[in-house]
Design a protein around this ligand. Structure first.
Ligand code: SF4
Ligand code: SF4
Length: 115
């Protein structure tokens, strides 16, 4: 089981409707490009799942931090990376710091996923 660091605020509050019924085909991950948006993450408001996207403080460089995605909660909906025409960001991450990866590939680099 993947052992998480503690989840801090800000985090996604969800829409109160979406739920994860089965393991999704793809999962969102944040890359090293994540700046944390100076403590006001633009991505989390689009995530329909409560506590799926959450703040992780940078212990060495407070008050900086980054956003992580809980692979046990993510439903792979891609709302956090929504793009407009010609790749322009209308929603989601302005730094292109979120990638969608096949659930199997996520498991290659991290401990096995469970439902
Ligand atoms: S794909 Fe993005 S918006 Fe959808 S559940 Fe996963 S982290 Fe949230
Ligand atoms: S919008 Fe992008 S850069 Fe900002 S906190 Fe989210 S993933 Fe990180």
């Amino acid at each position: 089981m993947y052992d998480f660091v503690d989840k801090y605020w800000p985090m996604s509050v969800g829409d109160g409707k979406a739920t994860r019924k089965k393991k999704p085909r793809i999962l969102a991950i944040t890359t090293d490009c994540c700046t944390g948006c100076a403590g006001s993450p633009a991505c989390i408001e689009y995530c329909p799942i409560e506590a799926c996207m959450f703040w992780v403080p940078d212990e060495d460089h407070p008050p900086f931090g980054r956003i992580e995605v809980d692979p046990y909660l993510c439903i792979g909906c891609q709302k956090c990376i929504s793009k407009g025409p010609d790749g322009a960001f209308l929603d989601g991450c302005p730094w292109d710091a979120i990638e969608m990866v096949p659930t199997e590939d996520w498991s290659v680099t991290r401990p096995p996923l469970v439902n």
